[in-house]
Design a protein. Structure first.
Length: 289
């Protein structure tokens, strides 16, 4: 692999480098090729730099999906005496002070502010990284994970990858940069069998660490498991479990819908891996509303 994008730094650099078509395309090609090419990169520094570029290209794509990482929030209008912060609502405030005269000084309770508080949820995203999840598919799964990271507070989400066994790459209640979280996904082996049961077990363990009232699991799978036992009994234990069903020739549609139903959630069919980030973004808009 030849690294062609130089020096991308923070969010401004993401826009400067990856926002340009040529550089953005090259960076995304690195993201797509990284998993299969990483073992052939002799220099640890070159491999680190390639992983860094791949992670930032994935984050940049996620920003396009969620609209520059805007978090969902419910607006609330309160007097300044209560809120003490927020954005001034001019019309509502003027209605309160009409008739006081030019010399009148508005009272704090006459000034109306609008504050937007993000709804807090604990979420665990479980990503199938078995043999089919290589190259472009793994990069797109990384974009979906980056969408989750962009929508939630850093300590409110967990990432679990699974094949023959499940591994927690980003624990709940642990602060971690988005780039670091995505880099860990890029380093998964992506091979072997598929153990949905173990993924749901690890996901529940992560949610047990949560501090928010609302908790949910999100499972990316085609429903075909080749290791472990029937995962359905574990779905029963979830407060809410949503399934992003990646449609494939050997998919188990029945199992995907049963997992979502038993987990008190919904199943979202995904025709192509390129739809994963958008499907997850729509799901989160519903959850965070």
């Amino acid at each position: 692999m030849h690294v062609v994008v130089q020096g991308a730094g923070g969010s401004a650099d993401l826009d400067r480098y990856f926002g340009q078509s040529a550089e953005g395309d090259r960076a995304w090609l690195i993201a797509e090729a990284y998993h299969e090419a990483k073992r052939q990169i002799p220099s640890p520094e070159t491999r680190r730099r390639a992983r860094e570029i791949a992670a930032r290209a994935i984050l940049w794509r996620a920003r396009q999906v969620v609209g520059a990482a805007r978090r969902s929030a419910i607006p609330e209008r309160l007097p300044y005496s209560v809120a003490g912060r927020g954005e001034l609502l001019i019309e509502e405030t003027l209605e309160n002070i009409v008739g006081f005269g030019d010399a009148a000084v508005p009272r704090p309770e006459d000034i109306i502010m609008e504050i937007r508080e993000q709804k807090r949820v604990d979420a665990v995203l479980m990503i199938d990284t078995s043999l089919s999840m290589t190259g472009k598919n793994l990069a797109l799964a990384g974009v979906a994970a980056a969408v989750l990271a962009s929508k939630l507070h850093a300590r409110d989400y967990s990432l679990v990858v699974f094949e023959g066994t499940a591994t927690v790459t980003k624990p709940l209640n642990v602060g971690m940069s988005r780039e670091q979280a995505i880099s860990r996904i890029l380093e998964v082996p992506a091979m072997g069998y598929t153990n949905i049961e173990d993924a749901l077990k690890r996901g529940l363990e992560q949610l047990a660490r949560g501090r928010n009232r609302d908790r949910l699991g999100i499972l990316i799978t085609d429903g075909v498991y080749t290791a472990g036992e029937n995962p359905v009994p574990w779905a029963d234990k979830y407060p809410r479990l949503f399934v992003l069903m990646t449609e494939a020739y050997k998919m188990r549609r029945d199992l995907c819908y049963e997992l979502a139903e038993r987990g008190h959630g919904r199943c979202f069919p995904v025709n192509d891996y390129s739809e994963l980030p958008y499907a997850l973004s729509r799901l989160l808009r519903e959850v965070l509303r």
